[in-house]
Design a protein around this ligand. Structure first.
Ligand SMILES: *[C@@H]1O[C@H](CO)[C@@H](O)[C@H](O)[C@H]1NC(C)=O
Ligand SMILES: *[C@@H]1O[C@H](CO)[C@@H](O)[C@H](O)[C@H]1NC(C)=O
Ligand SMILES: *[C@@H]1O[C@H](CO)[C@@H](O)[C@H](O)[C@H]1NC(C)=O
Ligand SMILES: *[C@@H]1O[C@H](CO)[C@@H](O)[C@H](O)[C@H]1NC(C)=O
Ligand SMILES: *[C@@H]1O[C@H](CO)[C@@H](O)[C@H](O)[C@H]1NC(C)=O
Length: 489
């Protein structure tokens, strides 16, 4: 009798639920890949000298995001991805979080995986955190990730997993909360692939799967297994050759992970999203040419990045989306793609329907950054409204245009440090006509400058002070068995 009733109920449910189920497709698996310091001109589909067959295929089969913007450095972009909030509202607008600062992305904001868990997802993270680790509450497994495999600080040796920050040598590698020495000597990129393959093979497909994969590649130090470097014998500059190999190693991760998704019958139900965290760093062999500037500047080379989406849920594919999308939009866009209702009290805009149908972008303006704390390590202030971009004050360390290096480490890449003289400079560009920022229109279009300054002032009212405290020795790895470890704030 009980079984009979259950069966009747089940049939009723199926009948009742069907029309709704028809509207709400089942939640896709989501692979959100973030490359580190990967430049505009570091990808095969833009640069024939670079070998990225897997990225190229996914991008061409999916949707290339031609105007995907991020912050000019790591921590702020990552905070924006996770929270959907501008860093100038999280206190993270000034440069990055260093391993000896009592700072993390504010714990009162809801992180992306926390939203996804509510939607029934298994949530995993592999790679670099860089959102603070001074207390456990700041770390990935406390912020919505079921599992974490990677490191907390901003950079480290790809083999030894050590970060010798300001003379304090610490190891930095974890499996969930546990320190992990198992991969000492192995190039991290291989470990990350192996972990992803393990997660995929163990995953119960009836549950939606979310993997956030902020890879170590292609941040400094410049390290790469010889087999990848050897693919670039045509590149004579040693640094650029090794860097290019690092790019291909990263591309290989993506190839192997997509293979695994196919092998486990998950690929067709997976939405893959890819973005860099900021522009490339020409001083360290990354490249953004013909865009102006570098990582650590408010010019396009620091902030307009390679990005694409591919797979489940896209209604239109094989095209380039020209609408603006900003780092803060990934959170609500991914929540929407997952079948959830994005927060409305955040800065980010849900762009899911726009991207998947080639609809008009919901975004007509955004803030590149607002930072009032001199010496403005990564630029003082910039805003875009429509086709216009206003930069106020110091734009950051690298104001030039840097083609890929040729034979030697080219010496045209000079840092122009902040010295106060740039405080009152104003630059205005029309990015539609002049995407590479050659022609400063600030003198010819003072009314546009005035309009954008006014808009900037409105955002400025919402800014909270940068949380950028002095260094503390409390984080010294000596206090924690040689590892960079939470517990000092
Ligand atoms: C979270 O904290 C930040 C910074 O401390 C504050 O400005 C903001 O209003 C808080 N937001 C929420 C949602 O509580
Ligand atoms: C990794 O190996 C090197 C060389 O054997 C050693 O010096 C270092 O202490 C090891 N790291 C850890 C975390 O054990
Ligand atoms: C990808 O898989 C191939 C074939 O198994 C392997 O040779 C290669 O090392 C893997 N690459 C990475 C980055 O894991
Ligand atoms: C997967 O999860 C479903 C639903 O929770 C369960 O019924 C099934 O037994 C699981 N499959 C495996 C292989 O664990
Ligand atoms: C910038 O403008 C302010 C306000 O007009 C002025 O006080 C300051 O001296 C100027 N700074 C420079 C470097 O010109």
């Amino acid at each position: 009798m009980r079984n009979y009733l259950q069966n009747v109920l089940r049939v009723l449910c199926v009948i009742l639920v069907q029309p709704i189920a028809h509207v709400h497709a089942k939640s896709p698996h989501i692979l959100f890949i973030v490359a580190d310091d990967f430049g505009w001109n570091d990808v095969g589909f833009r640069n024939k000298d670079i070998y990225t067959p897997n990225i190229d295929t996914l991008a061409k089969e999916g949707v290339i995001l031609d105007q995907a913007y991020v912050q000019p450095v790591c921590s702020p972009s990552r905070s924006a991805f996770m929270t959907g909030m501008y860093p100038f509202k999280s206190g993270l607008q000034h440069f990055v979080i260093w391993p000896n600062q009592k700072v993390c992305s504010p714990t009162n904001f809801t992180f992306l995986p926390q939203h996804l868990k509510k939607l029934g997802y298994a949530t995993h993270m592999i790679g670099k955190w860089h959102l603070g680790f001074c207390k456990w509450q700041c770390t990935p497994t406390y912020r919505g990730f079921d599992s974490f495999y990677g490191y907390y600080t901003g950079e480290e040796d790809y083999y030894k997993k050590s970060n010798p920050y300001q003379g304090k040598l610490g190891f930095d590698f974890r499996n969930n909360m546990e320190t992990d020495k198992g991969g000492n000597g192995t190039y991290s990129t291989f470990q990350y692939t192996a972990r992803a393959l393990e997660l995929i093979s163990q995953h119960n497909k009836s549950q939606p799967f979310f993997l956030y994969m902020p890879l170590q590649s292609v941040h400094i130090p410049i390290q790469v297994p010889i087999e990848y470097e050897n693919m670039y014998k045509h590149i004579h500059n040693e640094g650029r050759r090794k860097f290019s190999g690092m790019v291909t190693a990263m591309d290989d991760v993506i190839g192997n992970v997509t293979q695994a998704l196919k092998a486990h019958g998950m690929y067709d139900d997976t939405l893959i999203m890819f973005t860099s965290d900021n522009g490339g760093w020409p001083a360290e062999f990354g490249n953004n040419f013909p865009l102006r500037g570098s990582k650590i500047t408010l010019y396009e080379g620091g902030t307009r990045v390679t990005a694409f989406v591919h797979g489940a849920g896209l209604k239109k594919t094989k095209y380039t989306y020209s609408g603006m999308i900003h780092a803060i939009d990934w959170n609500p866009t991914i929540v929407a793609a997952a079948g959830g209702v994005p927060d409305t009290n955040i800065d980010g805009i849900n762009q899911w329907d726009n991207i998947r149908t080639n609809g008009q972008s919901g975004r007509t303006e955004f803030v590149y950054n607002l930072d009032d704390l001199a010496p403005y390590e990564a630029g003082h202030a910039a805003i875009r409204v429509g086709d216009y971009k206003l930069i106020v004050g110091y734009p950051g360390l690298y104001p030039g245009w840097y083609p890929p290096p040729t034979y030697t480490r080219d010496n045209y890449i000079k840092e122009i440090p902040y010295d106060g003289s740039q405080d009152n400079t104003t630059q205005l560009f029309n990015l539609k006509d002049d995407p590479n920022e050659y022609i400063d229109l600030s003198k010819t279009l003072p009314d546009v400058v005035g309009k954008l300054r006014k808009r900037m002032a409105e955002y400025h009212k919402q800014m909270i002070p940068a949380n950028y405290p002095p260094a503390t020795s409390a984080s010294d790895p000596k206090n924690y068995n040689g590892f960079w470890t939470p517990g000092w704030c």
